[in-house]
Design a protein around this ligand. Structure first.
Ligand SMILES: Cc1ncc(COP(=O)(O)O)c(C=O)c1O
Length: 386
């Protein structure tokens, strides 16, 4: 929306690079046929758009074979495919107490429906974990460790490569929820020993909603979440074993994926290092400004520490929804309030009773917008806190 200062990047990024929208429009106008089904020119062009995107995603994440990446609707879809497709009755799964509900709910579902054992690693108030806790939690039947790369409430960055080494040594597989890191932090699945990577297309990768994906190590065979038509081996009763078809039943979101390709190309050109540096600078500016306002407390890593572009805060006991409402209605500033689908992380931060205001920055956020947000919070504080 014109004039809106958008600080809800952690939910869905906005704005998108113009090339994303142009590619979607071009696809819609010229070749939005069914990919992988027909052999006519438009269908072939649609298939090619999907493969191009897979190739660029593989380049971004250090994946050797692009076909080990299957598309999904969003991170939640990819996480469900990974968790429900991998875990068997009798398995022990480890996750953390800062996981999003997209991890917590599927693992809790398996705990109650399939007798799966579950351990939550305890993080400290800033969201940091002790690697030793992971080593101690491992059991002979631990088959899967699930961790988010960065907490969507606290912005804390997890030591994925070290976690990967521990999992590999034990023989457990590592599933990383990259909802808050894909396109923002360096990810190399081979170097970091990541066995499965669930990622959104609509956040840091700058693509449209309805896009995301899952990388699956070639040695892992998941039970498909969806069964149905793939345009391949149509005579077979069962889901094909060939990738990515095994995990891509039904018509794919060609228009969205064509847009996602341009988002990924934008990131490859800019580099994740530059993107993270820019976002970190914005978080530091915002934190410094907010900490100068009496009564404001910030959750997660302290000023100067590494984190992603998330700044969650409260103004004393003022209801976070009320702060978000005033920011929106009086200042044209979009933030998110409440629990952010992460009640576990709120428990860790000690904010389960009230939630928090979350301001998240992106590559297109400007210093002027950050200053406007600080000024608006100062005005709210003077009105509400006497
Ligand atoms: C850490 C984390 N995991 C999973 C999700 C779910 O992502 P999606 O909306 O793409 O399903 C989110 C969304 O904000 C998130 O922050």
């Amino acid at each position: 929306m014109k004039g809106v200062m958008y600080f809800d990047q952690a939910a869905s990024s906005w704005p998108k690079p113009p090339a994303v929208m142009e590619a979607m429009m071009l696809c819609m106008q010229e070749y939005a046929a069914n990919p992988g089904r027909g052999s006519h020119q438009m269908a072939v062009k649609a298939s090619r758009a999907l493969f191009e995107t897979r190739k660029n995603l593989a380049k971004l994440f250090g994946v050797r074979n692009p076909n080990d990446i299957s598309f999904a609707l969003n991170t939640t879809h990819a996480l469900n495919q990974a968790i429900k497709g991998f875990v068997k009755p009798g398995d022990h799964v480890i996750c953390t107490n800062v996981e999003h509900n997209s991890v917590r709910r599927p693992v809790e579902y398996l705990k109650s429906s399939a007798g799966v054992e579950l351990t939550y690693l305890q993080h400290d108030v800033d969201g940091n974990m002790q690697l030793n806790d992971l080593k101690e939690a491992l059991r002979p039947n631990t088959t899967l460790v699930v961790v988010n790369h960065s907490s969507n409430l606290l912005g804390t960055i997890m030591p994925i490569a070290e976690i990967g080494e521990i999992c590999k040594a034990h023989g457990a597989k590592l599933l990383v929820d990259a909802a808050q890191s894909a396109g923002i932090l360096p990810i190399h699945v081979t170097d970091m020993n990541i066995d499965m990577l669930a990622f959104p297309g609509h956040k840091g990768l700058l693509g449209p909603q309805g896009t995301g994906g899952l990388y699956i190590h070639p040695d892992i065979d998941l039970e498909p979440l969806l069964h149905g038509g793939t345009g391949s081996q149509s005579e077979a009763i069962h889901q094909p074993t060939v990738r990515p078809d095994r995990y891509e039943a039904g018509t794919q979101n060609t228009v969205g994926i064509a847009g996602l390709n341009e988002g990924v190309k934008f990131i490859l050109a800019e580099t994740v290092e530059k993107i993270h540096e820019k976002e970190w600078a914005h978080t530091q500016r915002l934190m410094e400004g907010l900490l100068g306002i009496a009564g404001v407390t910030i959750l997660g890593p302290k000023l100067g520490q590494n984190k992603t572009g998330i700044v969650s805060f409260n103004i004393q006991d003022v209801d976070s929804s009320e702060v978000a409402f005033i920011l929106d209605q009086s200042f044209q500033i979009a933030v998110r309030a409440g629990y952010h689908c992460s009640p576990l992380a709120h428990e860790v931060a000690g904010t389960l009773s009230k939630g928090a205001v979350r301001a998240s920055v992106g590559y297109f956020t400007t210093a002027e917008e950050v200053d406007a947000l600080i000024g608006a919070v100062r005005e709210i504080q003077t009105q509400y806190v006497k």
